[in-house]
Write a protein that binds this ligand. Sequence first.
Ligand SMILES: [Zn+2]
Length: 112
Amino acid sequence: HPMNIDDAGHKHGLDTAQYRNSARSADIILADYLQRWLDAGYQVLVTADHGMNNDRSHNGLLPEEREVPLFVIGDAFSLNVDAAPRQTDLCGTVCELLGIPHDKPICRELLN
Ligand SMILES: [Zn+2]
């Protein structure tokens, strides 16, 4: 099976065919499932816990290490372009979606 995105980044670095193709593979897999998940009433959130740079470093302060995509798909999300969720808001925001009691920060603007 295809190498996952994280492994590809760690083994090959940011600006490589392996990293890009790994992301493409994940995109193809998501495309196969996404509509079914939405039809079944799921809320879908796609993100990453870190990025990567060309030196295969991923725990520093550079934008390519720290700034990751966030896709939110589903009717619980506001799609408010002014929402500015932080990585540290996501745990609490997912708990809100799942109705799980928590004491974490959330990004209220991300949700309806
Ligand atoms: Zn990693």
